[in-house]
Design a protein around this ligand. Sequence first.
Ligand code: ACO
Length: 324
Amino acid sequence: MNAIRSVVRGIGSYLPEKVVTNAELSRRLDTSDEWIVQRTGICQRHVAADGQATSALARIAAERALADAGLGADAIDLIVLATATPDQTFPATAATVQAELGIVRGAAFDLQAVCSGFVFALATADAHLRTGMFKRALVIGAETFSRILDWEDRTTCVLFGDGAGAMVIEAVPADEAGARGVVTTHLRSDGRHRFKLYVDGGPSSTQTVGHLRMEGREVFRHAVGMITDVIEDAFAATGESAESIDWFVPHQANRRIIDASAQKLNIAPEKVVTTVDRHGNTSAASIPLALDVARKDGRIKDGDLVLLEAMGGGFTWASALVRW
Ligand code: ACO
């Protein structure tokens, strides 16, 4: 049997129109542009319009990824949508996106790994394509974190924003794909840390949506170690290294975490793609948002080796190496 590789065909993203700057937040909260920029690197975030649900953001990102791939929606037979802010408890937001794209075959489901969601979704879609079960997947990260923030809590609300990103991957026989495609993925979770970053509500506990709660210092303390461990796993599995990768596209949570991780791994600063300043932490959407920027501005070229990583609630953490 000819082995299959999951090759990237297209990338797209969407940020809602409404922008909330640090200056605006500092007019309603005891905070400042200086504090937020110095601690996080975030200058602004985008917030979905009233009535604009996660599926609406996801759909636009998906349409842009399909356009980038030069494919119609009918080419897709799998949607894996990572979100911690679904439209409803059920059905899956992926099912809404599938219907709105007019896709009536294959499967669509949500995946919940919070900020690590996109890498978990990519690994899941890749595994499904490699079995031969599906031919082309939309891997989506989409969030409306503005709906689960406590806007009175300055320690959390300044950090997050809304957005969506999508990638089209295609099953290609390995001899045709050559070096292109998803090279390796590494997923980790440790539920002992689940109350360091969580939402204090849910259908089966409080029957409310709840608000995001976080021990920021504890998250920070664990983040760099977990990120570097799972990247070292990717390097060990493939023989690649900080020198051989072309781009490092980390989860965009916080500039200090990104810089500290790159420094610990000896990744040259010019290889690091950072977009957190423009949209804050968009959880599962942040990696495809950053990938789309770096692809469209000409940094990521065909054949480039791209390192992805994320860490988030659970804790969950993950890495992927993708040859574009
Ligand atoms: N504006 C002004 N002051 C603030 C704000 C704010 N928005 N938020 C907190 N402070 C105050 C605190 O009340 C505290 O005041 P005190 O000294 O009088 O008590 C002071 O600033 C310092 O607070 P710390 O929490 O110690 O600040 P720290 O330097 O740790 O920075 C931060 C906080 C930015 C949250 C940091 O801990 C961090 O980045 N953690 C990681 C969080 C993260 O990125 N989470 C995202 C999800 S996980 C992921 O995606 C990786």
